[in-house]
Ligand binder design. Structure first.
Ligand code: C2E
Ligand code: MG
Ligand code: MG
Ligand code: MG
Length: 282
């Protein structure tokens, strides 16, 4: 059943609402104009050292606020944007905005190490991604090591001819490459050996179940083992409790993100957190 609620004067767009054909058209029509109308912004979720809770990176997460549709989480519109192809322009906007903000933090002496940007499989089709990343890094005088790109196993399943070359070019720029939501996909483990990637992100689908659920425990152990034996970094997502933090530390996972530490923060909130402030409550 579709429901509309009002929050802060904005209609809240619920997933049920997106399901009818008419609503899908409405979303897609608004989506096409969203960049020009300045309707997107980014929030930044800290990635922290699980021992010290020190912030070591930020993941940029897109938010969309539309007068008619309200506030929408990416899970409600990224799929639409992928099917229309608008994700390519939106993704380019996200990349540039995240790099602009990161350069501003660095210039302000906040010393943020790295920003992680989610990249859709559609952005890997064709051969433009590497050149675009190169141009954006140059525009803001950022080293490649300031940027991490997160992509899902879907990129590997599509297996477009240019993908391997794109990976190689990004890696040559020093850009970090990570597989997001690792374990949720079906692409097999074979590709892990041949891809020039740096790390895996352990999906919150499994982190959410530890330490109580035995099969989630088993998956987390397996993923940690794969990362360790292939020499890949591992970031745990969706950490919400102390028990989860301790479980992951015992597994040897030292970097993570989740509501236990912070949700996605505005740039101001994030820089306060970098200054060592406590930040807003979750
Ligand atoms: P993701 O990249 O796996 O991002 C993690 C999602 O989990 C984020 O949701 C984040 O707010 C949420 N999260 C973080 N910590 C916790 C926690 O402790 N518990 C729970 N339950 N959730 C937590 P968000 O921002 O709604 O994004 C959802 C997905 O949308 C992302 O999953 C990513 O796949 C996609 N997305 C977000 N921003 C972008 C973007 O700029 N471009 C593309 N292509 N996709 C994006
Ligand atoms: Mg991500
Ligand atoms: Mg994820
Ligand atoms: Mg996800």
């Amino acid at each position: 059943e579709s429901k509309r609620r009002i929050r802060n004067g904005w209609q809240l767009f619920t997933p049920a609402l997106a399901q009818t054909q008419q609503d899908r058209l409405r979303v897609e029509t608004h989506l096409r104009r969203a960049i020009d109308n300045d309707e997107f912004h980014l929030v930044y979720q800290p990635q922290v050292d699980l021992r010290s809770r020190r912030v070591i990176a930020a993941e940029a997460l897109i938010r969309w606020r539309n007068r008619q549709l309200g506030e929408m989480r990416p899970d409600h519109f990224i799929d639409h944007a992928e099917s229309t192809g608008d994700i390519v322009r939106i993704g380019a906007w996200v990349l540039r905005e995240a790099c602009r903000q990161t350069a501003a933090w660095r210039d302000a002496g906040l010393g943020v190490v790295r920003v992680a940007v989610n990249v859709s499989y559609r952005q890997f089709l064709g051969d433009e991604l590497a050149a675009h990343v190169h141009d954006v890094l140059a525009e803001f005088a950022l080293p490649g090591s300031a940027l991490e790109l997160e992509f899902t196993e879907r990129v590997l399943i599509e297996d477009a001819p240019d993908t391997l070359r794109t990976f190689a070019a990004l890696r040559d720029m020093g850009v970090q490459l990570s597989i997001d939501d690792f374990g949720e996909g079906y692409s097999g483990l074979n590709y892990l050996r041949r891809l020039p990637i740096h790390g895996l992100k352990l999906s919150q689908l499994f982190v959410g179940g530890v330490p109580g659920d035995r099969s989630d425990v088993a998956v987390c152990q397996a993923v940690a083992g794969i990362a360790r034996s292939l020499g890949l970094g591992l970031v745990a997502e969706g950490i919400e409790s102390e028990a989860q933090r301790r479980f992951l530390l015992d597994l040897g996972v030292t970097v993570g993100q989740g509501f236990l530490f912070a949700p996605g923060l505005s740039p101001d909130e994030f820089s306060r957190r970098l200054h060592g402030g406590p930040g807003p409550p979750v």
